[in-house]
Design a protein around this ligand. Structure first.
Ligand code: ANZ
Length: 577
């Protein structure tokens, strides 16, 4: 028998190879073959059988000549507007709305994940039509976004040109798959008639205090003179050019998602989702119950100054064990704490910390770093003067950006205290004796010890951790030293980008006072001005600031001179809304 070696890619589960050759011998099989989902192997196969296979494939082709059938029906559907949802509908029939997630029209065309989801929804749309429903099944484009702008910077091609070209390709590809979309209802997030409503929603949120401005750190690349998206930063340097990137505070628009944290959490219970997905959502929201405690800052004579540091803690029961405070390098009070002898060190430390991501800073196994501020605060429970340190394992963006450190009962604080020789006071006695001998922090439950002070009027000795927590919060609220507090890991949404290719934010700032005034609804849509030069300004100002005659305007009701907002909305704005 005539044989030859061929190399075939195949899936072991389906073993499609068996369909191609009636007999084969695997002559070279990789060791990982059995456990791998896709693999290749050298097989020996009879040439006669391969010929036979080819013939069979032709028969298969004749059995379903898709090149004839599909274009025929697709053009029939197109010409007869088969899937059009009429404007006037028979309202006695029930309605059914099938909405897909709109694709981002990238230069690469559809990927396999698109038809995967769209096929499922298309089956549903067709079924519901057959069952007599009024079905609305539209398609659209999530068409603002970074790649088109980056391409514009590199080639000078306007993002709209690239985006429309890509949309045409996506539409052709989707049509060739025969999905039953009502193409007369196609929408695109970059069209002013659409983004008028994206801007309208922003105005409603602003009116209700759900959109606000805050100073938040962004990825700033001094060499490129621009703010970078997280995905443009790889290992602390810019993806383009490999220049260092630092975190720099900048005024940004935020959306107050945290306002809904509890509702998002509570409503998960009623959702018919897999429990594992719901649990991921709960962790993402990350509800944390604790207290905020105030520590008065002391002057060099040990007298209480007029400033206090508020910390967030989930363990108020350990307050007598708080032997130092830590403030994040970006803490707003830091400059008023630092003694002159320490200011140089602190500046250098802040600089170093600005080069690290939050993830790098909070990694457990990372060696702890920090600098003493030169200043002390009073522990309101024990009355002791405790040092204030600056360390980047405390994040500026969580809680209050400051902690009371309890090295006897927190692993990170323990490591830090050992490194910098800070005292460690044990205040929780483990039920199990052996844990108390440990060289490590004891983070478990137990009985409270060494926790009583006549002067502050707080005594929690002998209580369980839980009882002590309630008692400390009660004491703090009564004495004005703190209050109960709930925090969330969930962050508000940073809703501004220093980019050209996005929806303009519909507000102006009055000249002189800088007061923010929202546009009148009748002024919408505020259209994106034409620009020829998409390159960064070099100052961190968004590219839109180059559209001078667009930026300089007057405020609608007063006619006063004003400047338009030059940041734009993030890509998700149009597609989510
Ligand atoms: C004292 C203490 C004693 C703490 C102890 C823990 C154990 P979750 O559950 O994540 O909310 N913390 C507070 N703000 C922080 C920040 N901005 N950056 C880093 N750490 C911060 O954790 C809350 C605990 O994490 C808080 O409780 C605080 O340390 C720390 F035996 O306070 B704890």
């Amino acid at each position: 028998m005539n044989t030859q070696h061929i190399h075939i890619q195949f899936l072991p589960q389906s073993f499609s190879l068996q369909k191609q050759c009636t007999s084969f011998t695997v002559v070279k099989r990789p060791s990982w073959f059995n456990s791998c989902s896709t693999s290749g192997a050298i097989v020996r196969c009879s040439v006669n059988e391969i010929e036979e296979q080819k013939q069979k494939q032709q028969v298969v082709k004749r059995a379903y000549p898709f090149h004839e059938i599909e274009p025929k029906w697709q053009s029939y559907w197109e010409n007869n507007r088969t899937f059009r949802t009429p404007d006037e509908i028979d309202t006695s029939k029930p309605k059914f709305y099938v909405l897909d997630m709109f694709p981002y029209p990238s230069g690469a065309g559809l990927h396999v994940g698109h038809p995967l989801g769209y096929t499922a929804t298309d089956i549903l749309a067709r079924l519901k039509r057959m069952q007599g429903y009024n079905v609305l099944h539209p398609m659209g484009w999530d068409a603002f976004g970074l790649p088109a702008e980056q391409y514009a910077i590199e080639t000078g091609t306007h993002p709209k040109i690239t985006t429309l070209r890509n949309i045409n390709r996506f539409r052709t590809q989707l049509k060739s798959l025969g999905f039953s979309y009502d193409w007369n209802r196609e929408i695109s997030t970059i069209e002013p008639a659409y983004y008028k409503w994206t801007q309208w929603i922003f105005l409603q949120l602003l009116k209700r205090g759900l959109a606000y401005q805050a100073e938040v750190p962004v990825n700033w690349c001094p060499a490129l003179g621009t703010v970078l998206a997280n995905e443009e930063v790889v290992d602390g340097v810019s993806e383009r050019g490999g220049h260092p990137v630092i975190r720099k505070p900048m005024r940004q628009w935020m959306l107050k998602i945290t306002e809904y944290a509890d509702r998002l959490l509570d409503d998960l219970d009623d959702l018919d989702w897999p429990e594992s997905v719901k649990e991921m959502q709960r962790n993402w929201i990350g509800r944390s119950e604790g207290a905020e405690m105030d520590f008065r800052v002391l002057d060099s004579d040990g007298q209480e100054r007029d400033i206090k540091i508020t910390v967030y803690t989930t363990r108020p029961d350990t307050i007598f064990g708080a032997t130092y405070l830590v403030v994040a390098p970006e803490h707003p009070l830091l400059s008023s704490l630092v003694s002159t002898t320490q200011s140089q060190n602190i500046e250098e430390y802040k600089n170093l910390a600005s080069r690290k991501s939050d993830l790098e800073r909070t990694e457990l196994q990372k060696e702890k770093t920090g600098v003493f501020s030169g200043c002390y605060a009073r522990n309101p429970a024990s009355g002791e003067a405790i040092p204030i340190w600056v360390a980047d394992y405390v994040l500026g963006s969580y809680g209050t950006g400051a902690i009371m450190a309890v090295p006897a009962h927190d692993t990170r604080d323990h490591e830090f205290a050992l490194k910098f020789d800070i005292s460690i006071h044990s205040v929780v006695m483990p039920d199990d004796e052996s844990s108390s001998q440990s060289e490590k922090a004891y983070t478990g439950e137990g009985l409270i010890v060494n926790s009583s002070n006549l002067i502050s009027g707080l005594d929690i000795n002998g209580l369980s951790c839980q009882e002590a927590t309630s008692k400390v919060i009660e004491w703090a609220e009564k004495t004005g030293n703190g209050k109960k507090k709930v925090n969330y890991k969930l962050r508000d949404w940073l809703f501004a980008r220093q980019r050209y290719w996005g929806e303009p934010i519909p507000v102006v700032f009055l000249d002189g006072t800088g007061e923010t005034v929202p546009l009148h609804e009748a002024e919408l849509p505020l259209t994106l001005p034409e620009l020829d030069d998409f390159t960064p300004t070099g100052t961190g100002e968004p590219p839109l600031s180059k559209a001078v005659s667009w930026v300089q305007t007057t405020e609608h009701s007063s006619g006063k001179p004003a400047r338009r907002e030059t940041s734009t909305m993030p890509q998700w704005a149009g597609s989510c809304w």
